[in-house]
Design a protein around this ligand. Sequence first.
Ligand SMILES: [Fe+2]
Length: 205
Amino acid sequence: MVKLATGQIPNFFSVDKVQSFVKNFARLNSHTNSVGNHYHGIGPDHLGYLFVKKQLLNPILDYFNITAELVFAFYLDCVAPIGPHCDMHQLPGPGEHWRSFLIPYSVDNQTSLCGYASTAVLHQWGYSAIEDLPDLDTNLLPYQADLFSHVSQDVCKKFSLCHNAIWHPGDLIYWDSKLAHLSNNFKGKGFISKQAIVVHTYLSH
Ligand SMILES: [Fe+2]
């Protein structure tokens, strides 16, 4: 099995710093998708790009000692738990996907509740359609009731768990953008929403 990068760095940003990101991003126009999740985003062409590069992207790239570029970054206000997917978004220029980063902030807009959310990183990667993946003997079904009740049994059978990253404000959760990942079902625990900053990056050619 190919091992792609994933991990969680505790307290990468201070909670005050994440709060300032949330405040600044929340002022931007937002896009609401079909299930009601709000995305307040900034790409390389945006007026706020230099702020994002200096305050958010550069500290991450310095840590990993790599030169990578921003695909886009956004403040996510999520009301519908997200199922398994890869972050293969269109790149702003020639290159290849690198990593996606998630900085947890809050659940129901309260940092003290943040630990009720998690991002689960899976072993499967780079597939074009979930239906094409084989059913696995070791799969997500044992976790379905507790974590993934928003995902059907049929889909749970296609994936295996690499790392369930419990949210903590200011941590840096990351994965290779080609790796599948999903939300836990925070709604099943009685919560309404969760908030985080997300950054997608690529290596330009
Ligand atoms: Fe994602």
